[in-house]
Write a protein that binds this ligand. Structure first.
Ligand code: SF4
Ligand code: SF4
Length: 411
């Protein structure tokens, strides 16, 4: 892994206004967490002198980047913390953390046995054993594995159909679509096809590495990132995703935290909703919606969506659906932060942080929640019992497929 050094100039920009501390979801619930200003620019001054000043409490940072969004001076607070955790942090439970971070390995082992694995993981006794031995909270239920991977479905049922389209996009599906929720990938293919675009998968795809970065496995994350970057370079055109976290990780964390050169491909890695909105605005794509579609939903802006500033694209697309009654919720961190909220010692913080968002969802009266992040989906489903959908799935349901296809063939 390349050594990343935070420029001292970045620290000097700090105005000591403490806005970041006030917005930090972890600081508000955990007295052991020093907060972004103290953990970021302030602490870095000491660590630059001597790494022994590294404080292991930095493990509590959710990497939500809310501190960076609010900072009036552009200090890369979250990046400073993330880089130092990779450099000096030690996993508290290496086996548990390795297991949670190895999404490709665990997914490929669990998926073929999903009909057995899912009920076993849901049993109270299994949860208690995982809690007491490994340190995974017994309050959590793992997302269900699919018995058929998305890539298997794509190769068997969709790949040939894609050859009919002259225009193509590449799809980075991510682990969640591949091992847990292939329906989102199928919805993406349906939506792209209706818009007159065929879908191609990347030559090779690995987990984006976000869970490896968060759990301190920087070397493995860099290896996987190198595979993804090579595939994206080879693909040539735009590479679309349906996960805000995968998008953010490949665009920003590969460079800022892992120190990998990605400037040549960064602008081609796009969330599907941003791509679609831009094409609609340019008049290159048209959508026709079903007249009988009705949904009362609340949209949750995931922290990494807010960091990218791309929530507006998903929201505007959803607002175009005639039968949609949409409440846009105030931005709150959901508190799960990928694998963080699954750890026994973090469950309480994770639940406390989620409370404002959960209250707002209940107040909205929505029957469905929509968000671009799969781990926000797990948290919201777990604490509200409501169905949580990706905007791409909602759009795939709401369009009149035949009419949309016809409109785009005329284009
Ligand atoms: S990234 Fe989020 S949790 Fe971490 S210091 Fe910034 S605001 Fe706090
Ligand atoms: S918001 Fe920015 S300028 Fe203000 S204390 Fe935090 S890092 Fe410093």
């Amino acid at each position: 892994m390349q050594e990343i050094n935070i420029s001292p100039a970045n620290l000097e920009k700090c105005l000591k206004c403490d806005l970041c501390t006030q917005i930090c979801p972890m600081y508000s619930v955990n007295p052991d967490y020093p907060g972004p200003k103290a953990a970021g620019p302030d602490g870095e001054r000491y660590r630059l002198k001597d790494p022994k000043f590294f404080d292991n409490a930095l493990k509590y940072c959710l990497n939500c980047k809310r501190c960076e969004v609010i900072c009036p001076s552009g200090v890369k607070v979250g990046d400073i913390i993330a880089v130092n955790r990779l450099k000096y942090g030690r996993p508290s439970r290496p086996l548990r953390d390795r297991m949670l971070a190895s999404t490709d390995l665990v997914g490929s082992l669990a998926s073929p046995f999903a009909p057995i694995v899912n009920p076993i993981l849901g049993l109270g006794i299994t949860k208690s054993v995982l809690d007491s031995t490994v340190g995974i909270s017994k309050e959590r239920t793992f997302p269900k594995y699919s018995s058929s991977k998305f890539v298997t479905w794509f190769r068997r049922h969709a790949a040939r159909e894609q050859e009919k389209f002259a225009r193509k996009v590449h799809y980075f599906h991510g682990c969640y679509v591949n091992y847990n929720y292939p329906q989102l990938g199928k919805d993406f293919v349906r939506l792209m096809n209706a818009c007159g675009y065929g879908v191609e998968l990347l030559d090779k795809e690995k987990c984006c590495g976000v869970a490896l970065i968060a759990n301190g496995f920087g070397k493995q994350a860099s290896k996987q990132a190198a595979v993804n970057l090579a595939s994206i370079r080879k693909a040539g055109g735009e590479v679309l995703t349906t996960s805000s976290t995968c998008t953010f990780t490949m665009r920003d964390e590969y460079d800022h935290v892992l120190g990998l050169e990605n400037a040549d491909v960064r602008d081609r890695i796009l969330l599907a909703t941003k791509w679609l909105y831009d094409k609609l605005e340019a008049g290159e794509i048209r959508l026709a919606f079903r007249e009988d579609f009705k949904m009362r939903a609340a949209y949750h802006t995931a922290c990494h969506m807010q960091k990218m500033g791309w929530q507006q694209y998903s929201i505007r697309l959803l607002q175009m659906i005639p039968g949609m009654e949409l409440t846009v919720l105030d931005q709150h961190c959901c508190g799960i932060s990928g694998t963080f909220g699954f750890k026994k010692e973090n469950y309480g913080y994770s639940k406390q942080i989620s409370s404002e968002l959960v209250d707002d969802i209940h107040k909205s009266g929505a029957g469905v929640v929509i968000t671009d992040c799969e781990t926000c989906k797990w948290q919201i489903e777990g604490f509200t019992g409501l169905e949580v959908l990706n905007p791409v799935s909602v759009l795939a349901q709401a369009i009149d497929y035949e009419k949309t296809l016809k409109l785009n063939n005329e284009n």
